[in-house]
Design a protein around this ligand. Structure first.
Ligand SMILES: [Zn+2]
Length: 354
């Protein structure tokens, strides 16, 4: 079995496949990206930091190393006036992902994924924008294939039409395609197609894995996943954000902080820089993942808010043991709450006053 690399569908047919996403938030938190602007210059400016991020997620159980090209598309590079760095940024991110995927901790290499995502210029009422977006996708997919991507991921689409276009471009390569949508707070795609109908159409159009990622936490993603899993025959993906979204605020964009905050964000909303108190804990993420897996969702992960500890939780919640499992919590030796015989009685007795 050594060095044999199973393809994505083989892996999904035999069990859960874990994919870490949400690099934007995690790299920003690590100090290598400007929030708001959110351009992954890190692949050029701090390649070692990006490689470390991938290695940390790999250690925590991610089977897929997704090249960090989210927002690294021509339109965004124009916005920040660095269009000339577009191709170097993409190739560098792809090379780093490939390097990590090809040096796994176990014997089987990970899968390297090329990535395209919401362009933010797609407008269902402006056909010209569709041509522009197709160009953006085509050049990025070209570089991904060039650099040896094993699979392609199109993600975070909130227009059904843009998701269809992304899939059309990805399908031309014959690589396995994962396509996930991220409906905004109106609970419908911006071009008026329902969430479930969009997923059905994506399956019809050849998506190998279809599902949801980003914008929604476990509470507001799960109801749709249940419906999607029921009507789709292909593999389904579930990658929520790590925040406690609610029925009133289904996405993190308008999620308020009503939790005793004493120093509010200088921006209009806690998104994106003051969401910390609204995070899910690891058990909530584990519970969501287990529930999704039990429904028959095999492609699992976390998007914005993800960190290696949460990816380990995702993996362990569906019965996997990963390298980071070695460091799973062990409260038995804790100095107050431990049960070990050497824990002093006067400390154990003090537990509820600590
Ligand atoms: Zn996300």
């Amino acid at each position: 079995m050594k060095n044999k690399k199973r393809d994505l569908i083989e892996r999904l047919n035999s069990g859960p496949v874990i994919c870490a996403e949400g690099f934007l938030f995690e790299i920003e938190r690590r100090g290598y990206m400007a929030s708001g602007q959110f351009v992954p210059m890190v692949s050029l400016e701090h390649p070692e930091a990006l490689e470390n991020l991938h290695r940390d997620f790999q250690h925590a159980g991610s089977d897929i190393v997704q090249a960090f090209t989210y927002n690294g598309h021509r339109e965004k590079m124009r916005v920040i006036n660095k269009e000339e760095l577009l191709e170097p940024l993409n190739r560098s991110a792809l090379k780093i992902a490939k390097k990590v995927a090809n040096s796994p901790i176990g014997s089987e290499p990970n899968l390297m994924a090329g990535n395209i995502s919401n362009s933010n210029i797609w407008n269902d009422k402006n056909p010209k924008s569709h041509i522009e977006v197709e160009k953006i996708f085509t050049e990025m997919i070209g570089w991904a294939v060039d650099e040896g991507a094993d699979i392609l991921i199109g993600e975070t689409f909130y227009y059904a039409g843009e998701a269809y276009k992304a899939l059309e471009v990805m399908k031309k390569t014959n690589l396995p395609c994962v396509i996930t949508i991220a409906p905004m707070g109106e609970n419908i795609m911006r071009d008026g197609v329902s969430i479930v109908d969009t997923c059905k159409e994506l399956e019809q159009r050849g998506g190998d894995v279809v599902g949801m990622n980003c914008f929604r936490g476990p509470a507001t993603m799960m109801p749709y996943l249940k419906e999607i899993r029921k009507v789709l025959k292909c593999h389904v993906a579930a990658l929520p954000i790590n925040f406690r979204t609610t029925k009133e605020h289904p996405t993190f964009f308008n999620l308020p902080d009503n939790n005793g905050c004493t120093c509010h964000t200088p921006h209009k909303t806690p998104f994106p820089t003051a969401l910390d108190p609204l995070q899910c804990n690891r058990y909530e993420i584990g519970k969501f993942t287990k529930e999704a897996f039990d429904l028959g969702v095999n492609y699992l992960g976390v998007c914005c808010g993800a960190n290696p500890m949460l990816i380990r939780e995702v993996a362990e919640s569906v019965g996997l043991k990963v390298p980071a499992s070695k460091y799973r919590e062990d409260m038995s030796t804790h100095f107050i709450y431990g049960t070990h015989k050497r824990i002093a009685k006067h400390m154990k007795d003090y537990a509820d006053k600590a």
